[in-house]
Design a protein around this ligand. Structure first.
Ligand code: PEP
Ligand code: MG
Length: 763
């Protein structure tokens, strides 16, 4: 089919086009008359403006039907008669997929559903855009042309911007009747159950707080344009002042780097942005709607950009718009950080430092976007025992600030605005869990000895002083991994030697003689400290972090070593170094420690009775040459989180890629087996401290590979002990070795069945 342009495209209206359209929409909505008349005016205004033969509005009704509510160009008798189910016809597809559909040959589209009453026979071009509000499709805006033509990007952008505004108007009550607005409200605010991934177990309930709160509710059209213009001016002044203040302090309230703030400032002072906001207000919008409107236009424009730098800027602009919206709602800086007594925190993304900033007794649960089980934010959440669910993507937007939320971190479910039945079900589930915890607590003194008499040491991972009581509750043998960097991420400056030493001493005291292995600060990767200049790295996980940073910046590691020596005076000190790649790096690490020991000796300071040095095996290079590293240390610990990340070349922070590769992959298991065998040959004690051991099936496999020393999250110590007491290491080892050459992706299903048959307790 030939593509002809019989009518001038929307682009002919230029930059000001959208402002004119907004003014017309404002006039249509402000009209005296019935809701239907206002809708009719609206469709006419849009059709005329976009130069379309047809413009129709379909609204979603109860029962998931889309009803033709208003049209310009289709047969008017079809209004309130034509109905399509979700997924039915082009309109139904737009609603179901929550995304626009564009075609210049609608009648031949496989999803086309013919509705004779509409008289749409000769229409070839179709552009349908969903009306989305709070993550839900409230309806569809359709533009159609007789001729087979291609809608330009600018036209699509304009129709999308109009659709956003329409969704807002539908929800605001400014357009529809009271009864219809109530139906929309029910759709937006009814109970919802979302399914994601279970990352940190446990059940939590509370009220929703967004890390970056969405815009508060507001009217779309202004009654007093001059007043709105003044509010906008004031909001912009406040915004600029707040960005200036942030820059002046050079602190990072939310971990933002100076670069980002500089870019913010540029945008905040951008004259073009301000002019477009003012034009939108003068077209009749409230200041808030103007911000939303211009944000959507920018979004439509920048999403098309090929240049990744420009696409990145979209994030900055969105963020700035959000700040402005919050200021317009009267919320001053920081007010968005208030937590309810019981809070569920929601965010598309979040780093470990941000979580620590928010941590308080009021924080009960976390719902995050694309984050995997071994990401540091998940590790910190686990340490803090904060149940966490991820993988909800854009569905997070279905929740609004202050909504009641229940999360189930065992199965990855999130209930928004739950019904009383759901609340009751979860109440009894929580009781059951408490009983289960009590049962594990009773077993805390039972020896972790396998059926074939192999003693397994079960240590726990920690990173904060408040983890330490778990050592007692769980009966863990000690702390196999104390992640010291968490202390470095919390504050706005490098912690002093005294502060560090006080923490380490407290931890050692609370351990009451059980060993604690301190891992020197593994800063870098996703653990960035706001006060440190990490520079720009394309792949920070493989960049300047851990031991690499420590040897280059002795100013950071030496005070830490000094603090550790002081804290452990008169006791055994275990120090472990992260991100070791080559055996020689351990010489550098030892030299740094020796210098501190010499310094202490010179000053006559008391020293630990004994110092044991360990290396983390978390790069394939270190794993491959583990025998050489073994010669230089007292112990080895496999950091399976990073090791798996590098083995599979799969970012541990990205849930999307993490789910492609199961650590129960026979290749990865045989790689681990090589490490275990080489370490044994070198007579070096080896432990496993990666989070994968929190998965009971993986834990059983690791025991089968011959690992007898573990460090796991505190919550897992009880189930881990039960598993070890019911497993036969020799048998499972034989079973595994036979299967390691298998060309399968994962041994999970087979191994789970084997464990069930052999009555190994993995629940
Ligand atoms: C690991 O990489 O497995 C590990 C234990 O260290 P972290 O998770 O802190 O990087
Ligand atoms: Mg690591």
């Amino acid at each position: 089919m030939s593509i002809e342009k019989t009518r001038p495209p929307y682009g002919g209206h230029g930059e000001q086009g959208i402002t004119v359209l907004l003014r017309r929409m404002h006039d249509a909505v402000a009209q005296e008359g019935s809701a239907q008349e206002r809708l009719d005016h609206l469709t006419r205004a849009i059709a005329n403006h976009v130069v379309a033969d047809v413009c129709s509005i379909y609204l979603r009704r109860p029962g998931d039907e889309l009803e033709l509510y208003a049209t310009e160009g289709l047969n008017r008798d079809a209004v309130h008669k034509t109905r399509l189910r979700l997924g039915e016809g082009l309109v139904g597809i737009v609603a179901e997929n929550h995304s626009p559909l564009i075609t210049n040959d609608a009648p031949h589209h496989p999803a086309f559903a013919y509705r004779p009453e509409t008289g749409e026979d000769p229409l070839h071009s179709f552009l349908g855009v969903p009306l989305i509000r709070s993550g839900k499709t409230l309806g569809v805006l359709v533009v159609q042309n007789k001729a087979a033509r291609q809608y330009t990007d600018e036209e699509v952008g304009a129709v999308q911007a109009v659709a956003t505004l329409l969704a807002e108007i539908a929800a605001s009550g400014e357009l529809l009747s009271q009864e219809e607005t109530a139906v929309v409200g029910e759709m937006l605010h009814g109970p919802e159950r979302l399914s994601g991934y279970a990352i940190v177990s446990g059940i939590a309930s509370g009220r929703a707080v967004f890390l970056k709160p969405p815009a508060p509710k507001h009217n779309v059209f202004a009654a007093d344009v001059a007043g709105e213009a003044a509010r906008l001016e004031e909001g912009l002044t406040d915004l600029r002042a707040s960005v200036d203040a942030m820059l002046a302090q050079n602190t990072s309230l939310s971990g933002m780097s100076r670069d980002v703030l500089e870019t913010y400032r540029l945008f905040a002072y951008d004259r073009g942005w301000k002019e477009r906001l003012r034009a939108a207000v003068f077209s009749g919008l409230t200041a808030e709607s103007a911000v939303e409107q211009v944000k959507n236009e920018n979004r439509a424009r920048l999403m098309q950009a090929r240049d990744p730098y420009l696409r990145e800027r979209l994030h900055d602009l969105d963020d700035l718009s959000h700040r402005l919206l919050r200021l317009l709602s009267g919320e001053k800086n920081g007010a968005g950080r208030r937590l309810y007594d019981e809070t569920i925190l929601l965010a598309r993304e979040m780093g470990p430092a941000e979580l620590l900033e928010y941590n308080s007794d009021n924080l009960k649960g976390l719902v995050l976007g694309d984050v995997s089980a071994t990401s540091h934010v998940a590790i910190v959440a686990r340490a803090l025992k904060i149940p966490m669910v991820t993988g909800l993507g854009a569905a997070i937007d279905r929740c609004e600030q202050g909504d009641d939320v229940i999360i189930d971190g065992d199965i990855g479910e999130v209930h928004i605005r739950p019904t009383t039945d759901v609340v009751e079900t979860f109440r009894s589930k929580t009781e059951l869990q408490t009983e289960r915890q009590a049962a594990f607590a009773k077993e805390r003194d039972l020896p972790a000895i396998t059926k074939d008499d192999v003693a397994i040491a079960i240590h726990m991972n920690a990173g904060l002083a408040l983890d330490m009581p778990h050592l007692h509750d769980t009966g863990a043998d000690g702390v196999g991994l104390f992640r010291t960097e968490l202390q470095f991420l919390i504050g706005s400056q490098l912690p002093s030697v005294q502060t560090q030493s006080a923490l380490y001493q407290n931890v050692l005291d609370l351990a009451e003689g059980k060993p604690v292995i301190f891992r020197t600060a593994d800063i870098g990767g996703d653990k960035t400290a706001s006060y440190m200049d990490h520079g720009k790295e394309m792949n920070p996980a493989m960049g300047w972090r851990g031991l690499r940073m420590a040897v280059d910046r002795p100013g950071m590691i030496r005070p830490q070593l000094r603090a550790l020596l002081t804290a452990a005076a008169g006791r055994t000190l275990y120090i472990m170094f992260p991100m070791v790649t080559l055996a020689e790096e351990m010489d550098d690490a030892r030299a740094l420690l020796d210098r501190e020991v010499e310094r202490a000796n010179r000053k006559g300071d008391a020293l630990p009775t004994e110092i044991k040095i360990g290396a983390m095996i978390e790069t394939p290079a270190a794993a491959w040459r583990i025998d050489l590293i073994a010669q230089k240390v007292d112990f080895l610990s496999v950091g399976g989180n990073d090791l798996a990340q590098f083995y599979f070349a799969a970012d541990r922070d990205s849930d999307r890629v993490q789910r492609r590769f199961d650590p129960l992959n026979p290749g990865f298991l045989s790689f681990l087996k090589t490490c275990v065998d080489k370490a044994r040959a070198a007579k070096a004690p080896l432990s496993y401290c990666g989070e994968q051991a929190a998965d009971p099936v993986m834990a059983a496999a690791l025991v089968g590979l011959g690992i007898t020393n573990f460090s796991v999250p505190a919550t897992v110590v009880g189930p881990f002990r039960r598993m070890t007491r019911s497993v036969n290491t020799a048998q499972i080892g034989e079973w595994l070795v036979e299967r390691l050459p298998q060309p399968t992706q994962s041994l999970r299903a087979e191994l789970s069945a084997y464990l069930r048959e052999n009555k190994v307790i993995i629940a």
